[in-house]
Design a protein around this ligand. Structure first.
Ligand code: ACO
Ligand code: OAA
Length: 371
C-alpha cells in the first residue's frame, strides 16, 4: 500500500453535483459563468439539490419554504447571548450554533427523504439568521429577524445591518453566493460526506464540514487575504511585502489551488466585482493592491488567485466585518454540502480508506516501573 499525500489526484467518489474538467467549473452541467451572470442564489440551491433549474412556480414555492423556516428559536438566540462571543472566532461559534440547531429540530434524526428535505431547507434558511445574529450580539445589538419578502442575499445583508440593502449590494452578494455554492470534492464537502456515510444525520455532516472550512488553507483564506491586504495597506508596499514573503517561504493567502492549474474560473467574476465595488466606495486601493499582487505573483511564482482572493475586497466593500467572511462562505457552501450529503445517502457506502503504516514494529510492553 502506498499513500498519496493529501489524496492528490485520488478519485474518491462518483458525483453528479458539480464538475471541474479542464479548469471549467459546472454545477449540474451548467457553466459557472452562465450561473454567475444570470441566476439567483435560490435558483442555484434548487439546481444543486434537484438536478434541474426550477420553473417559476417551483422557485416561488421554494423561496416561500425558505422564508417560512428562516427564523430561529428564542432559545437558540438566548444560547448565543450566553456564549463568550468576544475573542472567539465566528467559525467556532457557527460550528457550535449549527450543532445546536440540530438539537432544536424535531426532524434531526428523521432519515427519510422527507425528513432530510425538511432539514435541508431549515439549514439553508437558518444559517444566515445564525451568522447575522451572533455578529450583532457580540456588538451589543439585538438580532434582526429575517423578512419573508426578501431573498437569501438581501436578507443576509438586512439582518446584518438592520437596513434594507441597495440593489448593487444585493446583486454583488447574490453573485458571491452563487460562485461559492459548490466545488466538487473540496475538503469540507469530503468531510461532510465522510461524516454522513456512517449514516449520521445532516446536522452532524454540516457541523463537520464547517470545522473543515474554518482552516486558512480552505475557507479561512478569505479572512487572511484581507488581513494581508490591510498589512500591506498601499500599492507601493506590495512588492516589498511579496519579496519578504517569498524569501521567508510564506504562503500568500488566496493564491494557488489543488485542482486548477490555469486559474480559478470564479476569480475573474470576483475581480470585476471588486473593481466596481471599490470604485463605488472610493477605496480603489484594495482593488489596485490586489491586481498588483496578482501580476507579481504570476510573474514570480506562476501562482494564480483562487476564489478567496478577490472575495476579500468584495466583502470588505460591502461593509462586512472581516471575521464574518468565512461564515459567509459557509452560508453559501452549505447548499453544496447538502447536495452532496443527499447524494451520499442515496447510494451510501461507509468511507474508510487505509493508512500506510510507518511507525515502529515488534515493540514489547515493559511494566510502568521499568520505563
Ligand atoms: C476555497 C478554497 O479552499 S481555495 C484555497 C484557499 N487557500 C488558500 O488560498 C491558501 C494558500 N494556498 C495554499 O496553501 C495552496 O495553494 C492550497 C492549499 C490551496 C493548495 O495546496 P496544494 O495543492 O497542497 O499545493 P502545495 O501547498 O503543495 O503547493 C505546491 C507548491 O506551490 C507553492 N504554493 C502553493 N500555494 C502557494 C501560495 N499561496 N503561496 C506561496 N506558495 C504557494 C507551495 O509552496 C509549493 O511549492 P514547493 O513545491 O516549492 O514546495
Ligand atoms: O476545491 C477546493 O479544493 C477548494 C474549494 O472549496 C474551492 O475552491 O471552492
Amino acid at each position: 500500500m502506498t499513500a498519496t499525500r493529501g489524496l492528490e489526484g485520488v478519485v474518491a467518489t462518483t458525483s453528479s453535483v458539480s464538475s471541474i474538467i479542464d479548469d471549467v467549473l459546472t454545477y449540474r452541467g451548467f457553466s459557472i459563468d452562465d450561473l454567475a451572470d444570470h441566476a439567483t442564489f435560490e435558483e442555484v440551491v434548487y439546481l444543486l439539490w434537484n438536478g434541474k433549474l426550477p420553473n417559476e412556480k417551483e422557485l416561488n414555492q421554494f423561496k416561500a419554504e425558505l422564508a417560512e423556516q428562516a427564523a430561529v428559536s428564542d432559545d437558540l438566540i438566548q444560547h448565543l447571548k450566553s456564549l463568550p462571543l468576544k475573542g472567539v472566532h465566528p467559525m467556532a461559534i457557527l460550528r457550535t450554533a449549527v450543532s445546536m440547531l440540530g438539537m432544536y429540530d424535531e426532524d434531526a434524526e428523521d432519515m427519510s427523504t422527507e425528513g432530510n428535505y425538511k432539514k435541508a431547507v431549515k439549514l439553508q434558511a437558518q444559517i444566515s439568521t445564525v451568522v447575522t445574529a451572533f455578529a450583532r450580539i457580540r456588538e451589543g445589538k439585538e438580532p434582526v429577524a429575517p423578512r419573508k419578502d426578501l431573498g437569501l442575499a438581501a436578507n443576509f445583508l438586512y439582518m446584518l445591518t438592520g437596513n434594507e440593502p441597495d440593489e448593487v449590494a444585493v446583486e454583488a452578494f447574490n453573485k458571491a453566493l452563487v460562485l461559492h455554492a459548490d466545488h466538487e470534492l473540496n475538503a469540507s464537502t469530503f468531510t461532510a460526506r465522510v461524516a454522513v456515510a456512517t449514516l449520521s444525520d445532516m446536522y452532524s455532516g454540516v457541523t463537520a464540514a464547517i470545522s473543515a472550512l474554518k482552516g486558512p488553507l480552505h475557507g479561512g483564506a478569505n479572512e487572511q487575504v484581507m488581513k494581508m491586504l490591510s498589512e500591506i495597506n498601499s500599492e507601493e508596499n506590495v512588492e516589498s511585502y511579496l519579496r519578504n514573503a517569498i524569501d521567508n517561504k510564506q504562503k500568500i493567502m488566496g493564491f494557488g489551488h489543488r485542482v486548477y492549474k490555469s486559474g480559478d474560473p470564479r476569480a475573474k467574476h470576483l475581480r470585476e466585482m471588486s473593481k466596481q465595488l471599490t470604485t463605488t466606495t472610493g477605496e480603489e486601493k484594495w482593488y489596485n493592491m490586489s491586481v498588483k499582487l496578482e501580476e507579481l505573483l504570476k510573474e514570480e511564482k506562476g501562482l494564480l488567485p483562487n476564489v478567496d482572493f478577490y472575495s476579500a475586497s468584495v466583502y470588505h466593500s460591502l461593509g462586512i466585518p472581516h471575521d464574518i467572511f468565512t461564515p459567509i462562505f459557509a452560508v453559501s457552501r452549505v447548499s453544496g454540502w447538502i447536495a452532496h450529503i443527499l447524494e451520499q445517502y442515496e447510494n451510501n457506502r461507509l468511507i474508510r480508506p487505509r493508512a500506510d503504516y510507518t511507525g515502529p514494529s515488534m515493540q514489547k510492553y515493559t511494566p510502568l516501573s521499568e520505563r
